[in-house]
Design a protein around this ligand. Structure first.
Ligand SMILES: Cc1cc2nc3c(=O)[nH]c(=O)nc-3n(C[C@H](O)[C@H](O)[C@H](O)COP(=O)(O)OP(=O)(O)OC[C@H]3O[C@@H](n4cnc5c(N)ncnc54)[C@H](O)[C@@H]3O)c2cc1C
Length: 531
């Protein structure tokens, strides 16, 4: 299928028509995009606005695991794990070019670790049932080193191998956006929901601002979904102020953000295509070393934060923690000089409270859907892996509250995402450096654009930048180098050095300011390690 064009002036012209939508969604991360696709696939008229770029928030900063959550199993949260395992299979099936199985090994240095964690992981297998990706295996020392050739050998007894998945989060977000657009949804990046529209105490839409031009547009919709991640409270408070202007108490925040840091180093630190999992670090956390797009991701942390910075900086203790823990498990300890990129994501943890109407906690899940008195539907929490099930929950709640017509769910279970219509033989591992294969069945379209033979660096051609501008909503250098290509996350210095060339191509394509200098500053930010 020919890729849709994403010319900004045409998208804005469509928005300016002032059509009334069935559902308007705020936030173009995993959650909002999942809702947009499900709603569009059920035939609703859908609009989604994203204040920055799709997946600019938490959804490009995951550890890249499509997982059931071994941790939740340890907490006894069986239904959550079972659902996530089920969703894992669905995602791997619907986007095989972007989400794939990955083996993990937990190396054991104590005699009890292999049986203790092995039994837990056998339960993980049992819960997965037919959705399992491979059997958990008990490994001896030699087998462990075959999978993890760079694991510390001193005191190594063996290990446990199990299976989960990994994915390219920002490109998956784009695939969701474009799949929704191909079903008639209107999606706009760089459009901020500045306010809500109310009539007779009910939310009737929103006022959005094109942040490129400053122009404002009202959007009228029967149902408004606030999927703004850690930023959901901004709209909730506006909603509360609008319908609670009679002196009622202000809307209390729902989200308590917690940040997670990832450090990227060269592939040699891990050696193979197997991830290393440390189930319990010195201070009781989980640590991963994941092979991803030709590099290794080390992380993550879990540190409460007060502010909601768009580009939070890591704390010194977090960087120290990741490097020190990695050093305990790897033969060659990565140092600060080895860091290619460091990035921080904010988890939208939901506070255990209910202060606005008939809120309910997400049914047996870690995400929460709340509907305010005025009918504003807020969804946050959860994880990338379960975005599809979350979207179904949201639409269920909207129907229960008569905000949307009830239409059967399950329409996205077998829905192949853009790029997924590709023979298994042509699919390349996500462990490998990025390249044309990242585009799945759209490779020929990219290869047919001007500049296909002009590489900017390994895995990124001039044609890919043009494709990003023409078909993937890219406006700025950051959109291209952070989320269409993942270079900022893999090698921030190299990404910074390409900013001018990418900016020139983008300007030719879109006529808009690609914010080249802003990106150069951001690339320095992704190399900054607090001392
Ligand atoms: C460190 C870390 C590691 C993780 N690892 C994994 C993992 O390996 N696997 C997994 O399954 N999950 C993982 N997760 C969880 C997962 O990444 C999140 O659950 C998911 O990305 C949240 O998506 P979201 O759409 O709710 O939020 P976001 O991605 O933050 O999206 C919200 C969007 O709303 C936009 N927005 C905000 N205000 C407005 C406004 N006024 N108008 C318009 N738009 C607005 C923002 O710009 C943002 O793009 C991880 C999370 C963290 C923090």
């Amino acid at each position: 299928m020919q890729p849709l064009l994403t010319r900004r002036d045409e998208l804005i012209a469509q928005l300016a028509k002032g059509q009334t939508y069935d559902i308007a969604i705020v936030g173009g991360g995993a959650t909002g995009l999942g809702v947009a696709l499900d709603a569009a696939a059920r035939g609703f008229r859908v609009v989604l606005v994203e204040s920055h770029d799709f997946a600019k928030g938490t959804s490009s900063r995951a550890t890249k695991l499509v997982h059931g959550g071994v941790r939740y199993l340890a907490q006894g949260n069986i239904s959550l794990v079972r659902e996530a395992l089920h969703e894992r299979t669905t995602l791997l099936h619907n986007a095989p070019h972007l989400a794939q199985p990955l083996p993990f090994i937990m190396p054991s240095y104590q005699w009890w670790e292999t049986p203790f964690y092995g039994i837990g992981l056998k339960m993980y297998d049992a819960l997965a049932g037919r959705a399992g990706l491979g059997h958990t295996e008990f490994l001896n020392r030699e087998q462990t080193l075959r999978g993890l050739p760079t694991a510390r050998t001193q005191g190594l007894r063996g290990g446990v191998k199990y299976w989960d998945g990994q994915f390219n989060d920002a490109r998956l977000a784009l695939a969701l956006a474009r799949s929704a657009a191909s079903r008639g949804a209107l999606l706009l990046n760089y459009c901020r929901a500045a306010d809500l529209l109310h009539a007779q105490g009910k939310v009737t839409g929103l006022l959005c601002e094109d942040t490129v031009t400053g122009q404002q547009y009202p959007i009228h919709a029967a149902c408004v979904v606030n999927a703004a991640g850690v930023w959901v409270d901004e709209l909730r408070q506006k909603d509360g102020a609008a319908h609670g202007g009679d002196g009622r108490r202000p809307t209390r925040p729902m989200v308590a953000p917690s940040q997670g840091v990832h450090i990227v180093v060269d592939r040699e630190f891990l050696g193979g295509d197997v991830a290393l999992m440390v189930p319990k670090t010195a201070d009781g956390r989980v640590l991963f070393a994941v092979p991803w797009l030709g590099k290794v991701i080390l992380g993550t942390t879990d540190t409460p934060r007060e502010d909601l910075a768009r580009e939070p900086l890591p704390f010194k203790e977090e960087v120290d923690f990741i490097l020190n823990e990695s050093a305990r498990y790897l033969q060659k300890a990565p140092t600060r000089a080895d860091v290619k990129s460091v990035w921080v994501g904010l988890r939208p943890l939901v506070k255990p409270q209910d202060d606005d109407g008939d809120g309910t906690k997400g049914i047996s899940r870690e995400h929460t859907v709340r509907v305010s008195r005025s009918g504003l539907v807020t969804v946050t929490g959860g994880k990338w892996t379960t975005y599809r099930a979350m979207a179904e929950d949201v639409l269920e709640r909207c129907a229960e509250r008569n905000l949307l017509e009830k239409r059967p769910k399950g329409v996205t279970t077998q829905l192949k995402l853009i790029g997924a219509d590709i023979d298994a033989a042509r699919i390349r591992s996500i462990c490998l450096p990025p390249g044309l294969h990242s585009y799945g069945d759209e490779q020929e379209w990219v290869a047919g654009l001007p500049g296909a033979q002009t590489p900017l660096c390994d895995g990124l051609s001039e044609a890919m930048v043009r494709f990003a501008a023409r078909h993937e909503y890219a406006v700025t250098v950051e959109d291209v180098l952070a989320r269409r290509s993942r270079l900022l996350f893999l090698d921030a210095q190299l990404a910074g050095s390409l900013a001018q060339r990418v900016g020139d191509i983008l300007r030719q394509e879109t006529g808009l300011d690609p914010h080249t200098e802003d990106f150069e500053a951001l690339a320095r930010h992704y190399l900054h390690l607090p001392q």
